[in-house]
Unconditional design. Structure first.
Lengths: 215, 253
């Protein structure tokens, strides 16, 4: 048997869109292909609706083009082809083809942090072009999750306060994808596809006690 | 592969929105990226950025990562051909599975398709291990924009590999730390602890070009200032207290 071409996949956790994109790239390894929404849905084992939605966005952005249409049993079926293979990461595009910008700040912060020896949140904010408050929250939450080490603890806030000096913990330095803080203040590490920090039950109990539970 | 017919073009680097680069060497890195992204289809696609240790090259690399989504690989002394490719896979977010000859193909394909610049820091290790031609092959296969960052002697050492040298678009030299850099650093590190220009100028003078040394001395001054209860510092107030000095081993420039 001849050797199968190496299938290149994104390391770590995959979104639905990532699975759709990878299915297309995988099929492409055997030469150019065209797909109907149905065949693609079967290839990536994702429901039709998200596939249709993503194809629409990819087409608007020019990554995918309409190859041909066929009349099958009184219905018109559309066949799509990959036009620009943009590498392993699924393009993050909206329905109108514009780029999804959400998460860019976090990505930039993580990229800066992992290249720097040590840093304050001010410096990261400057390099990554985000608000200092955003960088401060990101640093402190990652610190709690053990992703950052405290090199020099800060003290105080505002005028006269000294910002904490952080460094990315050695175990996490080589991770290419930025840990994300979700809306529930849970940290998701896409490199290992795991939630790495949740507020504990004790904190939850305390919050209830203090009347801080949001309905 | 259904690539578009247009020749490979690096993604247009977004100029930093009119904002002044905070440090001189970020400007050097910015220039490297800009030159590579504007190169013609037949121009070479590698840039060399060189400068002595402590000149802030890594901070510039951090900037390029954050602002241009550059891939960034820092080398060490344990590098081999295989580990270079495995590490590149990790940097590119790929599963490093397969033999060396398979990895080179997937790495090159990803670099070509993603159209993001690659920065290789501490490139001296590759030069010293005579692995330069591996990077040459990687470039030839991917035609990606690659920025090689290394110490000051690296450009001279690279000239030995004539074939490689022909693929280098230009060599840029990191700039020694200046008073402007010192001001930016002081303002960013200690916004509420003003340090006067005369003291900053002194720091620049004794740093012998190294941003790192200026940085360390700022920390020392701030620490002392906090201990003594100062609200700022100038050369007079500092007097002849101890500061980190440039070593004597450095060559005179």
């Amino acid at each position: 048997m001849s050797r199968q071409p190496a299938v290149v996949e994104l390391a770590g956790g995959k979104s639905t869109r990532q699975r759709i994109w990878e299915a297309m790239r995988r099929a492409e390894a055997n030469g150019p292909q065209t797909y109907s929404t149905e065949t693609l849905s079967r290839l990536c084992k994702v429901e039709m609706e998200p596939v249709r939605e993503y194809l629409k966005a990819l087409t608007a952005a020019g990554f995918v083009v309409l190859a041909h249409e066929a009349r099958e049993g009184g219905r018109v079926k559309y066949y799509w082809a990959l036009n620009r293979n943009a590498g392993v990461e699924a393009p993050r595009v909206r329905r109108d083809g514009s780029e999804v910008t959400q998460g860019h700040g976090t990505e930039a912060m993580w990229a800066a942090m992992t290249a720097l020896d040590n840093f304050t949140h001010h410096f990261v904010a400057h390099i990554a072009d985000v608000k200092p408050g955003t960088a401060a929250t990101y640093c402190s939450l990652l610190g709690k999750a053990g992703y950052l080490d405290v090199i020099e603890p800060g003290k105080g806030t505002g005028k006269g306060g000294i910002a904490t000096v952080w460094a990315v913990a050695q175990a996490h330095r080589a991770k290419p994808r930025a840990p994300m803080i979700t809306r529930l203040k849970v940290i998701y590490d896409p490199n290992i596809h795991k939630l790495v920090r949740l507020e504990g039950a004790n904190e939850a109990a305390d919050q209830v006690e203090r009347g801080e539970v949001v309905e | 592969m259904t690539q578009s017919a247009t020749p490979y073009q690096a993604q247009q680097a977004t100029p930093s929105g009119g904002q002044i680069a905070p440090l001189a060497n970020i400007g050097v890195m910015e220039q490297a990226i800009y030159r590579l992204s504007g190169r013609g289809p037949n121009d070479p696609g590698m840039m060399v950025v060189s400068g002595p240790s402590g000149y802030g090259k890594s901070v510039a690399a951090a900037w390029a990562r954050a602002r241009h989504r550059a891939y960034y690989l820092q080398l060490d002394d344990f590098i081999t051909k295989k580990s270079l490719l495995v590490n590149l896979c990790k940097v590119l977010g790929l599963e490093p599975k397969g033999a060396t000859w398979e990895l080179i193909d997937i790495v090159a394909a990803q670099l070509h398709q993603a159209r993001r610049p690659l920065i290789i820091d501490e490139f001296d290790f590759i030069v010293d291990k005579a692995m330069v031609m591996s990077v040459f092959s990687l470039y030839e296969k991917s035609r990606a924009s690659i920025i090689l960052v290394g110490e000051e002697a690296m450009p001279a050492k690279l000239a030995k590999w004539e074939k490689f040298d022909g693929r280098v678009l230009d060599t840029l030299y990191a700039e020694a730390v200046g008073l402007d850099d010192a001001r930016v650093l002081a303002r960013h590190k200690f916004p509420d602890f003003p340090i006067a220009d005369d003291l900053l100028a002194h720091l620049v003078k004794i740093a012998n070009g190294s941003v790192r040394r200026v940085n360390n001395n700022l920390g020392i001054i701030h620490g002392t200032g906090m201990g003594e209860g100062w609200d700022g510092c100038d050369l007079n107030r500092w007097g002849d207290r101890q500061l980190q000095q440039a070593g004597v081993k450095r060559r005179v420039r």
